[in-house]
Design a protein around this ligand. Structure first.
Ligand code: M6R
Length: 612
C-alpha cells in the first residue's frame, strides 16, 4: 500500500526522500511524488509509475532544501496518474499533504468545500484533506490539522507541510501506521514503515491512533490529536539493520527470503524451550497459569498466507492441547456474530502487524473481553502494541510481497504456542514434547541441506509448466493448508490461475477440470493419510492429468504414479507443513521468473494491506 516519507534536518532532503521511498517500494505502488520547501517556496514533483521515473525527474532539479515529504501511491480513488499522485496541494499552493488510508466521507466533504470555493484538481480522497486544512488555517498548522481531522471519517496517516511555517512537518495517525525516526540534533524522519528509516537511524517512535507529531530539525513532540495534550514517548531501538532489508546478491528479495528460512526458523524457536526438559518458555504471552487454565477455546484470525499458518495450527492445537480451535479469515471474522468472552484466546496472526482486517478483528475481540496474543514479525507494529502479549516471529524484515520466511516462522511460533498450551493443560507428556522439539531443532539444517537440490530439481518442472493456464494443488490433513499456500504463491506472483484443494474433495467437483493440460501438484508425504492421497493421485492419473508429487525420500511408488517427483527427508508428520512449503515457494518463484513477472512487487498487490 502507499508509503510516506518525511524529513526535516541537516541533510539535503531529496536524496533522503528518494532513499526512503525506495525502501518502501515493496509495499506496492503505482505513482510517486515529493514536495520540499526552498527559499520560502513549495516545490512539487510527481509522476506515474515506478520510482525510477521520479528519480529521473529529480536528477534535472537542483534542490538544496532540508525539509520535505515524499509518497508512493497505491491507487484507490482515481486511476494511477500524475494528477492523482501525492503530495496534494491546497488552493494557495503553499500547503501539501501526503496520505495513506481512506477518507470515507470524502465525497460529501468535497462537495462542501467546492461550495465554499475550493478548486479540486485530482480525483483522490486525499486532496480533500489539503483543502480542509486550508479551510481551518489561520496562522498555526498544528491547530488547523487538529480541527480538520475532527471532520473526517476513515483511516489516515498524514504528513503535512506549509510554506508559512517552513521549519516543521506535522503528522497525524488514525488506523494507518506512522513512525518517527529520531537523530538527536541532526534531523527527524517520518515514515509509514521502518525500512524507510533504517538507512538513517534505528531509533524510532511509534505513533498511536489519534496522535499527532510535530517534527523539527533537532526536536519532535507527540500530542493527543483531540486535546492537544503532550504525550510522553521514549524512542525505541530497532535491532534490524539496513543490510537485512537489502538483496545481498540475490536476484530478488523473495529468493533471498526463501534462502533465509533456516535462519528464520532457528531464530523463532531459539531460546524458547529447554531441550533437556522439553518445557516451552513463552513469558511474552503475559497470561498467568490461572488465566491459561480458564481458556476454553482458541480463535485464530488472519488473512492470506497468515491464514494458512492458522489452518495448520488448528491441527496442532486440537491434537496436542485438546482445545477447540476456530480459524477465521479476518475480513469475515469481523462481520459475523461472534461468541467471545474472557475464556476465549484470540490469536491474530500477521507478518506486518498492520493488516486492517486483522487489526479490526483483534480490536473487536478485545472489546468483547477476549484475551489477545498476537503472532507478529514487526516489532512495535500496531497489533503488538494493542495485544495482551506478542509472540514475535524473528524472521527479519520481509520485503518481497509474497510472504515466505514469515510464513514458516509463523508456523514455528504457532507450534511453540501449541506445546506451551498443551504443557499448561497437561495434555502432552514430557517425552512427547522432547521428541517433537528434537524434530523442530533439526529443521533449520534440513531446510538448508535441501534448498539447493530442490531448486535444481524443480527447474525442469518450472520450465515445463511455466506456460500453463491453470494449476491444482492437492493436500490432505495438515498439508491441506500447504496446498492452499502453494496455490496462493503461484497465482500472486506468476498470475497463473491456481487452486488448492483438500485432495479428498477432488471427486466432488474439481476432477472435472482434469485433462492432459492440467498440472496437478500433490503433497504426499508418508504420513497417516498417505494411502488416501495416493488414491487421489491415481484418480488424476487415470484422467491423464500431469502429476507432480512432493513426497518422502525413498518412496519408489511415487515414480510410478507421477510425471515428476521431488522428495524430502522423512520427519515427524506434524512438522511436514514447514518442510513441504519450501518446494512450493521455489516452484512459484521459478515460474514467475521464467514468465518475466515482477516477483517482488506483483501487480495490484501490496505488502501491507492497511485498508479494508
Ligand atoms: O501482514 P499480514 O501477514 O497480516 O498479511 C496478510 C496477507 O496480506 C499476506 O499474507 C498476503 O496474502 C501475502 N501477499 C501472501 O504472500
Amino acid at each position: 500500500m502507499c508509503g510516506i516519507v518525511g524529513y526535516v534536518g541537516k541533510r539535503k532532503v531529496v536524496p533522503v526522500l528518494i532513499e526512503g521511498l525506495r525502501r518502501l517500494e515493496y509495499r506496492g505502488y503505482d505513482s510517486a511524488g515529493v514536495a520540499y520547501l526552498q527559499d520560502g517556496e513549495l516545490h512539487r514533483h510527481r509522476c506515474e509509475g515506478k520510482l525510477i521515473n521520479l528519480e529521473e525527474i529529480m536528477e534535472e532539479v537542483s534542490a538544496d532544501s532540508r525539509i520535505g515529504l515524499g509518497h508512493t501511491r497505491w491507487a484507490t480513488h482515481g486511476a494511477p496518474s500524475q494528477r492523482n499522485a501525492h503530495p496534494h496541494c491546497d488552493c494557495t499552493g503553499k500547503l501539501v499533504v501526503v496520505h495513506n488510508g481512506i477518507i470515507e466521507n470524502y465525497h460529501s466533504l468535497r462537495e462542501e468545500l467546492q461550495e465554499k470555493g475550493h478548486t479540486f484538481i485530482s480525483e483522490t480522497d486525499t486532496e480533500v484533506m489539503a483543502h480542509l486544512i486550508e479551510e481551518h488555517l489561520e496562522n498555526d498548522l498544528v491547530e488547523a490539522v487538529r480541527m480538520a481531522i475532527t471532520l473526517v471519517d476513515g483511516s489516515f496517516a498524514l504528513g503535512v507541510m506549509w510554506s508559512e511555517q517552513p521549519d516543521q512537518l506535522v503528522a497525524v495517525r488514525n488506523q494507518s501506521p506512522l513512525v518517527l525516526g529520531v537523530l538527536e540534533d541532526s534531523g527527524t524522519f517520518l515514515a509509514s514503515d521502518i525500512p524507510a528509516l533504517l538507512p538513517f537511524t534505528n531509533s524510532v517512535v511509534f505513533l498511536d491512533d489519534q496522535e499527532m507529531a510535530v517534527l523539527k530539525k533537532g526536536s519532535w513532540q507527540v500530542m493527543q490529536a483531540e486535546s492537544g495534550e503532550l504525550v510522553e514517548k521514549t524512542p525505541q531501538v530497532i535491532d534490524w539493520n539496513v543490510g537485512m532489508a537489502e538483496k545481498a546478491g540475490y536476484r530478488h528479495f523473495m529468493l533471498k527470503e526463501i534462502f533465509e528460512q533456516p535462519q528464520a526458523v532457528l531464530n523463532t524457536f531459539r531460546g524458547r524451550f529447554d531441550p533437556e526438559t522439553g518445557e516451552v518458555l513463552l513469558p511474552e504471552i503475559n497470561l498467568s497459569k490461572k488465566e491459561l487454565a480458564q481458556i476454553k477455546r482458541i480463535s485464530l484470525v488472519a488473512c492470506g498466507t497468515s491464514w494458512h499458518a492458522a489452518m495448520v495450527a488448528k491441527y496442532w492445537l486440537e491434537k496436542w492441547a485438546r482445545i477447540p480451535v476456530d480459524v477465521d479469515i479476518a475480513s469475515e471474522f469481523r462481520y459475523r456474530s461472534l461468541i467471545l468472552n474472557p475464556n476465549v484466546l484470540v490469536v491474530p496472526i500477521s507478518q506486518s502487524g498492520e493488516t486492517a482486517d486483522t487489526l479490526a478483528g483483534m480490536r473487536l475481540a478485545k472489546s468483547m473481553q477476549a484475551k489477545i496474543i498476537t503472532i507478529c514479525n514487526v516489532v512495535g507494529s500496531t497489533m503488538t502494541r494493542e495485544a495482551d502479549g506478542t509472540i514475535y516471529t524473528h524472521a527479519g524484515p520481509e520485503i518481497g510481497v509474497a510472504s515466505t520466511k514469515a510464513f514458516t516462522a509463523q508456523m514455528v511460533a504457532l507450534f511453540l504456542l501449541t506445546l506451551f498450551m498443551a504443557q499448561a493443560k497437561k495434555t502432552i507428556s514430557g517425552e512427547e514434547s522432547r521428541s517433537l522439539l528434537s524434530v523442530l531443532l533439526e529443521l533449520p539444517v534440513l531446510i538448508e541441506k535441501n534448498l539447493l537440490r530442490i531448486q535444481d530439481e524443480m527447474m525442469p518442472i518450472s520450465e515445463e509448466f511455466s506456460r500453463s493456464r491453470d494449476f491444482l494443488y492437492l493436500g490432505r490433513g495438515i498439508n491441506y493448508p500447504i496446498a492452499l499456500e502453494g496455490a496462493l504463491k503461484l497465482k500472486e506472483i506468476s498470475y497463473i490461475h491456481a487452486e488448492g484443494y483438500a485432495s479428498g474433495e477432488l471427486k466432488h467437483g474439481p476432477i472435472a477440470l482434469i485433462d492432459r493440460d492440467m498440472p496437478v501438484l500433490a503433497l504426499a508425504p508418508r504420513d497417516s493419510v498417505y494411502p488416501k492421497v495416493l488414491s487421489n493421485v491415481e484418480e488424476v492419473k487415470a484422467r491423464h492429468g500431469r502429476m507432480i508429487v512432493i513426497g518422502t525420500e525413498g518412496d519408489d511408488e511415487l515414480q510410478r504414479i507421477s510425471d515428476y517427483v521431488i522428495t524430502l527427508p522423512e520427519i515427524h508428520e506434524d512438522l511436514n507443513p514447514i518442510l513441504y512449503t519450501i518446494p512450493l515457494q521455489i516452484l512459484a518463484y521459478q515460474i514467475a521468473n521464467i514468465r518475466g513477472c515482477d516477483v517482488d512487487q506483483p501487480r495490484n498487490l501490496a505488502k501491507s494491506v492497511t485498508v479494508e
